[in-house]
Structure formats: structure tokens, C-alpha cells
Design a protein around this ligand. Sequence first.
Ligand SMILES: NC(=O)c1ccc[n+]([C@@H]2O[C@H](COP(=O)([O-])OP(=O)(O)OC[C@H]3O[C@@H](n4cnc5c(N)ncnc54)[C@H](OP(=O)(O)O)[C@@H]3O)[C@@H](O)[C@H]2O)c1
Length: 241
Amino acid sequence: MQLQNATALVTGANRGIGHAFVQALLSAGVQKVYATVRDRNSLEAIRAIDAARVIPLQADVTDRMAVGHLSEQAPDVNLLINNAGVLSFGNILDIPVETIYQQFDVNFYGTLNMARAFVPVLERNGGGAIVNILTLVALASMPGLSAYNASKAAAWSMTQSLRASVADKNITVYGVFPGAVDTDMLAGVDMAKTSPADIATAVLQGIETHQEDIFPDPMSAQFYAAWKQDHKAVEKQFAAM
Ligand SMILES: NC(=O)c1ccc[n+]([C@@H]2O[C@H](COP(=O)([O-])OP(=O)(O)OC[C@H]3O[C@@H](n4cnc5c(N)ncnc54)[C@H](OP(=O)(O)O)[C@@H]3O)[C@@H](O)[C@H]2O)c1
């Protein structure tokens, strides 16, 4: 897909990787970015990035009514970036079940809500792309991120079903599997991290070069290579972390 003159929509655009996507898309020459946020208070700051090309909109991705309204407010989208996500730490035996539900609500159902609402929009616009931001730990679980791993693994499975379901609609579905990224999500975790700007740039390159599965940073590329070779070894390595 050519990004020049595309009309994009990014969820979770007020901070972290989502904010970096808005800036990278503008640099890539898109016509317009709908930058969607959950918190109304961040709408004006988003608009200020580029008042001519950024349209700030508000929706919680877990709210199907709000997501449906979003698809009416952004009828010209041909590139949907499902970026919004949440992470809570905790072992699978101890993490409160409400926290597990919340991870699935945002990371799985939120992504699905957006895809269902926007497939007809993309179809009406002649096709386009849906980009689901997953994670490296969708491939192999880290026990301390138990609910997050599971919600993102489910989102990966859904990504594959979605890809097959829209293949005849001229819509390409991308799965993105970042390693550690330097955002609020991993604040306080002391490890090597890639900048959100580098992730956004790598993902847009992946879209332009049509890589369905995108491993956008050195950590994810390295673990993906190891996982392809011996997935049990990666599982054991993650389990020991
Ligand atoms: N950081 C990493 O190491 C890493 C690695 C792999 C994958 N990822 C994935 O990358 C994506 C972006 O993460 P990030 O690192 O940029 O995290 P972040 O800085 O914590 O930002 C998360 C974004 O998601 C939004 N969000 C959360 N729940 C939402 C909801 N119900 N409806 C709408 N928006 C919601 C947040 O909005 P509020 O400001 O309103 O909370 C925020 O804009 C996530 O899907 C994450 O799982 C991150």
C-alpha cells in the first residue's frame, strides 16, 4: 500500500507508539490522520500536531456504540492502525480475574470491535489495510505477563482469521510483533527498549513493502528467528525471565 495520500486512523494516539504513528504517518505524506483517543482532555493537544491534517476523535475501543460512531465520523479511512492496548503484570494463578477480562476487553475485543466497524468502510473506499499491533509475547508467553500474553495471542489468532475473511475485499491485514518499546507501558522495567518512533517507521516500511507479519525492532527480529528455529527453546527462555 502507498502511504502517500492515504487516510489513516490510529487508536491510542495520545501517547507512546500511537503518538509516534501519527507523526510518522504525517512524515510519510498521508492526506489525513484520524487520531483517536480515549481521554477527551487530550483532543486539543492532538489537533495541535498538525491542525490541517490531524482530526482528533474520541472513543473507547471497548465501547461498541462509540466505535460504530467512529466509523461514521471517519468514512474515508483506508488505513486502520489498531494500536490501543493495556498491560497488567501478574502470574496466571494470582492475577485477579477482572484484570484478565480487562486485558481481553481492550487487546482482543477492542481490536475486533474496530476491525468489524471499519471493514465496511475500507471496502466502500476500494480496499486498504488493517494493522493490528500485537507483541512478541503473543508467540511465546512470559509468565509475569500472563493475561497480556493470552489476550495478544488471541488477537494474533483473530488477525489471521480476519486476514482470510477480507482477502477478497482488497484489504491487507498486518500483524505487528514488537519487542520492548520505550513507552509508559514498560516504564520501570529496566531493559533495552526501542523508541516508539523507530517502531512506527519500521511498521510503515513493512506496510509499503507488504510484509504481512512485521517484526519492527532488533529484539523482535532476533526472537522471531529463534522461535522459527526452536519454539520450545524460546518458551523456556521466556519462562526463565
Ligand atoms: N511498550 C511496549 O514495550 C510494547 C511492546 C509490544 C507491543 N506493544 C503494544 O503497542 C501498543 C501501544 O502501546 P504503548 O507502548 O504505546 O502503550 P502506552 O504508552 O501505555 O499507550 C497505550 C495507549 O492505548 C490507549 N488505550 C488503552 N485502553 C484503551 C481503550 N479502552 N480505548 C482506547 N484507547 C485505549 C491509551 O489511552 P489512555 O491514555 O487513555 O490510557 C494509550 O493511548 C499496545 O497495543 C501494546 O500492547 C507495546
